[in-house]
Design a protein around this ligand. Structure first.
Ligand code: IPM
Ligand code: MN
Length: 346
């Protein structure tokens, strides 16, 4: 469409710094006739300290009215672990039914990775985003006694699994290699694992052109390092996907380059785009953060909203920037944003 009404949640730590660069590149790449409106939401650690709120209903309602959300990072050491993660980030993913957590991995040129110089690595993880062990289902018994018990129940529904598996097949079908790998652990997690596999095979009957494969998650971590070129599209559970995509980022150029989209494919709610990395409080405010992951997340955002050529321009700019950079020189957050903004504009 000819206008984008964007919600911006800079969040904590380096979130503000990287989001500023993402917006800079977004403004530079958009054609004159696409009107960009942004509204910033003050959510995260500072807000929580000030008011005790993580995501009030009024803001959740207001966020619904946007075309998409750009998020920096959530989490701060001054807030107890889980408060912001559950109360803000996961609340958004669940409330807006972001069942596709899309995390592409590409081996960019000239990056510091153990896999440098390997054949083309270009795969995408479709991580389920609304179920699994992330639902908060579980509890504690006899807390504080030697007999304490804690459970964390993984919730898997046929509805939830089928819709994400179907989305992954569609993505695989649209790619040149047309290969889809299911990653789970059905030799141990027999209930959920078998349901995933059954649904995976059943939906697969509708996609004869897609080659399929199954891997246990532990074996998948080996192949991520030894043979990453074997992957094209991967579909997996929420927690396995969380872990695998950090590994994927580490082996394909670093967490500073890993982008993601929390997508509601139906369009019923706005989708949300964010770097895979966290708030990195140790380097916050120093201009040291690499904004590239956020800028690549802006590309995913543009593609989701139908601006394919602008998305591709950003990705090409990042590839060119990395190819030409002098690895011996460190650039500030701002300098990287400026360099990419110049490239996408020309
Ligand atoms: C991620 C993060 C989140 C997750 C945390 C911060 C809740 O690690 O986006 O990968 O586990 O999904
Ligand atoms: Mn993670």
């Amino acid at each position: 469409s000819r206008s984008i009404n964007l919600a911006v949640i800079p969040g904590d730590g380096i979130g503000q710094e990287v989001v500023s660069q993402g917006l800079k590149v977004l403004r530079a790449v958009l054609p004159q006739d696409v009107k960009l409106e942004t509204k910033e939401y003050d959510l995260g650690a500072r807000r929580w300290h000030r008011t005790g709120e993580t995501l009030p209903d009024a803001e959740l309602e207001a966020l619904k009215g946007h075309d998409a959300i750009l998020l920096g990072a959530i989490g701060d050491p001054s807030v107890p672990a889980g408060v912001l993660e559950r109360g803000l980030l996961l609340k958004l993913r669940f409330a807006f039914d972001h069942y596709v957590n899309l995390r592409p991995s590409k081996l960019f040129p000239n990056t510091a990775t153990p896999l440098a110089g390997r054949p083309d690595i270009d795969f995408v993880v479709v991580r389920e985003g609304t179920e699994g062990p992330y639902t908060g289902n579980g509890g504690s018994l006899r807390t504080g006694t030697p007999a304490e018990v804690a459970t964390e129940v993984s919730v898997n529904t046929a509805y939830g699994v089928e819709r994400v598996v179907r989305d992954a097949y569609e993505r695989a079908k649209a790619r040149p290699r047309k290969k889809l790998t299911l990653v789970h652990k059905n030799n141990v997690l027999v209930h959920a694992g078998h349901m995933w596999k059954k649904i995976f095979d059943k939906v697969g009957e509708e996609y004869p052109e897609v080659t399929t494969d199954y891997l246990h998650v532990d074996a998948a971590t080996i192949f991520f390092v030894t043979q990453p070129e074997r992957f094209d599209v991967i579909v997996t559970d929420n927690l396995f996907g969380d872990i695998l995509t950090d590994l994927a980022a580490a082996v394909t150029g670093g967490i500073g380059l890993a982008a993601s989209g929390n997508i509601n494919p139906t369009g019923a709610f706005p989708s949300m785009f964010e770097p895979v990395h966290g708030s990195a409080p140790d380097i916050a405010g120093q201009g040291k953060a690499d904004p590239t992951a956020t800028i690549l997340s802006v590309a995913l955002l543009l593609r989701h909203l139908g601006h394919e050529s602008e998305a591709a321009r950003i990705e090409e700019a990042v590839a060119a920037d990395l190819a030409e950079r002098d690895a011996a020189t460190t650039r500030t957050t701002d300098e990287i944003g400026d360099a990419l903004a110049v490239r996408v504009a020309s």
